[in-house]
Design a protein around this ligand. Structure first.
Ligand SMILES: [Zn+2]
Length: 327
């Protein structure tokens, strides 16, 4: 591991930012709503985890809130801004899909881009969530235009159940990258490609896009990282973890082209059984690093390449934005 690491996918929030009641179904189906996680992950917790899991390393983050329907986004975004101002970090702003005006103090508040999220889509569109929610349904035009003007980051969590194998997602990513060439488009979880079959064919249609990047958050499969290295290239891969969920012990596994979570203690959203004692598991975040390590070995990546994935690629994107915005 390099001495300096930038984790480009870190959620920070406090318990009191949650306003809505969380349904039982949501608690059981969304890992971030798990009772052991939902109580918050503040900047101090991030520092703590960074020291414990990466002792002796400079572990920094690009921060954003928890983009769920049950939270107060205004409070969430302003907490991220406060953290960044106090600690010299940078953050991504979570927009509502109907956002019409970018806050005037956007750059002073240390934001360098956006983290939109499909769940935040207008309630009338929610029933079609897994079927046909378009990227344009939850990312407002203003966000694209403003990001194009200043060359900002948009970290996109893909909608639709087919992920990168859905032709409409591919067409929309191509359209965004071409219409807004200055935007640094990052696909969260490499387009939610937790399985080899999620990406091996679809990557062909995306690899020529110059302003497209991927993060490694919660990818625990070395064969997915191998595809990213070989098809996109090391320069396009940004290390991200999805803290705090990745600080749970377990693994995201690919079984017959579908992904499942296994956790060391049973959870409603994992395959683990209360009858099997699994005490030798490690953290999801380490499984991501193991996947990068194995794929790096197979591809004989140099120390410089690994430094790019864990640090330099994200640093270069941030530096470029700071140059464009002069704040
Ligand atoms: Zn995330």
């Amino acid at each position: 591991m390099p001495e300096k690491i930038i984790d480009c996918h870190v959620h920070l929030w406090k318990k009191d930012f949650l306003t809505g009641k969380i349904s039982h179904a949501r608690k059981e189906g969304v890992p971030f709503l798990d009772s052991s996680i939902i109580d918050g992950f503040a900047y101090e917790d991030f520092l703590d985890i960074g020291k414990k899991l990466f002792p002796g390393k400079g572990y920094c983050g690009l921060f954003f809130g928890l983009p769920l329907i049950e939270v107060n986004l205004k409070t969430m975004n302003s907490y991220i801004s406060d953290v960044c101002k106090k600690n010299g970090s940078r953050g991504l702003f979570i927009p509502y899909p109907d956002l019409e005006n970018i806050p005037s103090s956007f750059f002073e508040n240390k934001f360098i881009g956006f983290k939109p999220y499909p769940d935040l889509v207008n309630p009338k569109d929610r029933p079609k969530m897994n079927i046909d929610v378009s990227i344009f349904d939850f990312i407002p035009t203003k966000v694209f235009e403003f990001s194009q003007e200043y060359g900002l980051i948009i970290l996109i969590h893909l909608p639709r159940i087919g992920r990168l194998n859905d032709k409409k997602n591919i067409e929309e990513i191509r359209e965004i990258c071409r219409r807004y060439p200055n935007i640094k488009v990052i696909l969260a979880h490499a387009g939610r490609s937790y399985c080899y079959s999620d990406i091996i064919d679809s990557i062909t249609y995306l690899k020529d896009l110059e302003n497209l990047y991927v993060d490694t958050a919660m990818i625990n499969s070395f064969s997915v990282i191998d595809v990213l290295i070989n098809e996109l290239g090391v320069e396009k891969i940004l290390y991200g973890s999805d803290l705090s969920v990745s600080a749970i012990k377990g693994k995201n596994v690919d079984i017959n082209n579908k992904h499942y979570f296994i956790t060391s203690t049973p959870r409603a959203w994992s395959l683990s059984s209360p009858k099997i004692d699994i005490n030798n598991m490690t953290f999801f975040i380490y499984e991501t690093i193991r996947a990068i390590r194995v794929a790096s070995k197979i591809n004989r990546l140099s120390k410089e390449h690994i430094d790019k994935i864990f640090y330099l690629n994200t640093k270069n994107l941030i530096d470029d934005i700071l140059l464009n915005t002069k704040v």
